[in-house]
Design a binder for this molecule. Structure first.
Ligand code: ADP
Ligand code: MG
Length: 345
């Protein structure tokens, strides 16, 4: 995230926190406690309801710690992470990784199979060719030769070149394959963070990690009220979701990280078949599912696949629902999706 955006978000949050504090001083016997940190390259905020302040604070600290632990294992940008070590290891030889990471890789590879490669956790080298994680972001697309080199090196590799050996080690086929868990690990981390909150006695919570949300329980007997951002207007809301009980919600959009060049928007969700940002006709995908890792992976996968193929993929995940926004502003909503279109203001 660029520093200016970060500051605007921080100021907004400080304002929101001030308002909340003021609101609580004059009302509510039961309070909501909110805590926010910068983790996994985004703002992670946790809200709790129904427990007293000390308990809430302790639980939130533990939950942030858990997210930090997972980030330190799964971020490819932390040089000492298990993922960074794997990415640097010699190719063609099995490499031992923590069991927990195997679980996430397994889910990623499975999603890769179900999407015939549209979802691909091995695209780190392509992400680097495009440079979306660079600060400042690039101003133009990379040379086509760099993209074609990547596509050629990957052509025909089964499971995108990622093998889980019977000994539960990981084998990467060649240097065009390296892990980028950006489309799935935040979901995993949020799911684990909720478990930590629950173990610490918090039954009602909302965790939001930059578009990956996990909800449990309710907010003072009311559902959690969540706005879905208008992909073309940062202040606008296109839909509202009133959700109670256990639910995960994840949004993938072409407005999170992108740059414009010659009037074309280049964003961070890549179509591995093109070696370039996905152009499926969708600009925002929100998925509701039973757990956050599924919601996170599905929102990215549907974004790449597009409406028609995406809805077919959903059938493999009973209980998962989607809200898809097309470039022309029209949308598709599956019947069980909890949410209604926001009234225009
Ligand atoms: P965000 O990170 O903005 O919440 P997503 O969950 O959709 O959005 O994840 C996008 C991230 O996933 C990218 O930044 C990149 O790390 C990774 N990614 C990009 N394209 C793919 C893909 N086709 N399959 C799997 N992961 C991807
Ligand atoms: Mg995702």
């Amino acid at each position: 995230m660029n520093p200016r955006r970060w500051w605007i978000m921080m100021l907004g949050l400080i304002g929101a926190a001030a308002l909340l504090t003021w609101g609580f001083m004059i009302t509510a016997p039961t309070r909501m406690y909110v805590s926010t940190r910068l983790q996994m390259g985004t703002l992670v905020s946790i809200s709790t309801w129904g427990v007293e302040e000390n308990k809430a604070d302790r639980a939130m600290d533990l939950a942030f710690e858990e997210i930090g632990r997972i980030e330190a294992m799964m971020s490819r940008f932390m040089p000492e992470s298990a993922v960074a070590h794997l990415n640097q290891a010699p190719r063609g030889e099995p490499h031992a990784v923590p069991e927990e990471l195997i679980g996430v890789i397994e889910r990623g590879v499975e999603m890769g199979r179900l999407t015939r490669g549209a979802f691909d956790i091995g695209i780190a080298p392509l992400s680097d060719v495009w440079g979306f994680s660079r600060e400042p972001p690039p101003e133009a697309p990379p040379p086509t030769a760099a993209i074609h080199n990547w596509l050629d090196a990957r052509n025909g590799l089964p499971d995108q070149g990622i093998t889980i050996t019977p000994e539960q080690q990981i084998l990467l086929a060649n240097t065009a394959v390296a892990l980028d868990l950006g489309g799935i690990a935040k979901g995993y981390a949020v799911e684990r963070a909720l478990e930590v909150l629950q173990r610490a006695g918090v039954a009602n919570a909302l965790i939001n990690a930059g578009g990956d949300m996990r909800i449990a329980g309710a907010k003072g007997g009311q559902p959690w009220h969540i706005g879905l951002r208008d992909p073309r207007n940062p202040e606008g809301v296109v839909a509202v979701m009133d959700v109670a009980g256990s639910r995960a919600i994840s949004t993938s959009g072409d407005y999170e990280r992108y740059f414009m060049s010659d009037g074309v928007r280049y964003h961070h969700i890549l179509d591995p078949k093109l070696g370039a940002p996905a152009r499926s006709g969708l600009i925002s995908v929100t998925v509701q599912a039973a757990d956050s890792m599924t919601a996170d992976a599905l929102s990215t996968a549907l974004f790449v696949l597009g409406g028609e193929e995406g809805l077919k993929l959903l059938r493999h995940f009973p209980g998962s629902e989607a809200f898809l926004i097309r470039a022309d502003g029209t949308f598709i909503k599956t019947p069980g999706f909890i949410g209604t279109k926001a009234a225009p203001r």
